[in-house]
Ligand binder design. Structure first.
Ligand code: CP
Ligand code: NVA
Length: 330
């Protein structure tokens, strides 16, 4: 059956079928080829999009901006301080105003209900650029990168180490279940994904011939993995007070040489970025001073190793976001 997602929102991967995700990945592959070969693709000339960011960003913002311009669109960026949203104007009113001017709206911020509400009122496609619960555009880049590096998605053994109930952990579990990768969350029990989401993912995985496993055993969780993935231990929007507890819980789940050595031969290391793999950031330096650790979720050695594909992953944010905008606006 031909896939058509024109006019759809992109709020979370749970809303998309494997065939629709496959279509987005194939579309992204085509755009990457065109970009590499210098072939113009201004297919959305004359359209305009707005990017609403209530949290900071490097990759997501730049990916939407460059992808939007490559497609020929006008791009407007609104940061938290420069719009009326929330302070003087309700979300519903903001959505209805923006929907009258723009052809598509990207939102990065807090609760998933905010992006869901924007979608309800905007009347144009709304794309989730990260909420507290989900980060769906990141997933497309991750799947694209795995396929490029390992030549397949189905049957890949994927291990996520760290805070498995954050936006990235939740989304990776769903992405793997949809596309046939065996997903293992390797983290302390306190940071396992919510039971309802695990049950949903398990049901989807069963349909797609793959498995969902939760373990707190690092040796078992990393054994034979084709992909080891991690994310920062404290996410945007969480209070500084959680650092001490998070470090205590997650230090055993750091991606280091031992974890990579226990993985499959040819395993790759992935991270959505930004990453605390040294003390060259203000937060990294501050944590080093307070807690005496120079690396957090991944060692500098693994981050800089030949197994690390993090910058290919970052580049693929742009190609995949371009595919989402094209497919929903064309
Ligand atoms: N991975 C990711 O979303 O990066 P940014 O926070 O820089 O957008
Ligand atoms: N879990 C991280 C992802 C950043 C891309 C955060 O929400 O801060």
């Amino acid at each position: 059956m031909p896939v058509n997602i024109r006019g759809r929102h992109f709020l979370k991967l749970l809303d998309y079928t494997p065939a629709e995700i496959r279509y987005l990945l194939d579309t992204a592959k085509g755009f990457k080829q065109m970009k590499r070969n210098g072939v113009p693709h201004r297919y959305l000339e004359g359209k305009n999009i707005v990017l609403l960011f209530e949290k900071t960003s490097t990759r997501t913002r730049c990916a939407f901006e460059v992808a939007g311009r490559d497609l020929g669109m006008g791009v407007t960026y609104l940061d938290p301080g420069s719009s009326q949203m929330g302070k003087k104007e309700s979300l519903a009113d903001t959505a209805r105003v923006l929907g009258r001017m723009f052809d598509g709206i990207e939102y990065r911020g807090f609760d998933q209900s905010i992006v869901d509400d924007l979608a309800k009122y905007a009347g144009v496609p709304v794309w989730n650029g990260l909420t507290d619960q989900f980060h769906p555009t990141q997933m497309l880049a991750d799947l694209m990168t795995i396929e490029e590096k390992l030549g397949k998605l189905k049957g890949v053994n994927f291990t996520y180490m760290g805070d498995a109930r954050n936006n990235t952990g939740n989304s990776l579990m769903v992405a793997c279940a949809k596309m046939g990768l065996n997903f293992t969350a390797c983290s302390p029990k306190e940071l396992f994904p919510a039971p309802e989401l695990v049950e949903t993912a398990k049901a989807i995985a069963a349909e797609n011939g793959c498995t969902i496993t939760l373990t707190s055993d690092v040796e078992a969780g990393t054994r034979g993995a084709d992909v080891i993935y991690t994310d920062i231990w404290v996410s945007m929007g969480e209070p500084d007070e959680v650092w001490a507890e998070r470090i205590r819980l997650l230090q055993p789940y750091q991606v280091n040489a031992a974890a990579m050595a226990n993985a499959a031969p040819g395993a790759i290391f992935m991270h959505c970025l930004p990453s605390f793999h040294d003390t060259k950031t203000t937060i990294g330096a501050d944590i080093a001073k307070k807690f005496g650790i120079n690396e957090m979720e991944v060692t500098d050695q693994v981050f800089e190793s030949a197994q690390s594909v993090v910058f290919d992953e970052a580049e693929n944010r742009m190609h995949t976001i371009k595919a989402v905008m094209y497919a929903t606006l064309c």
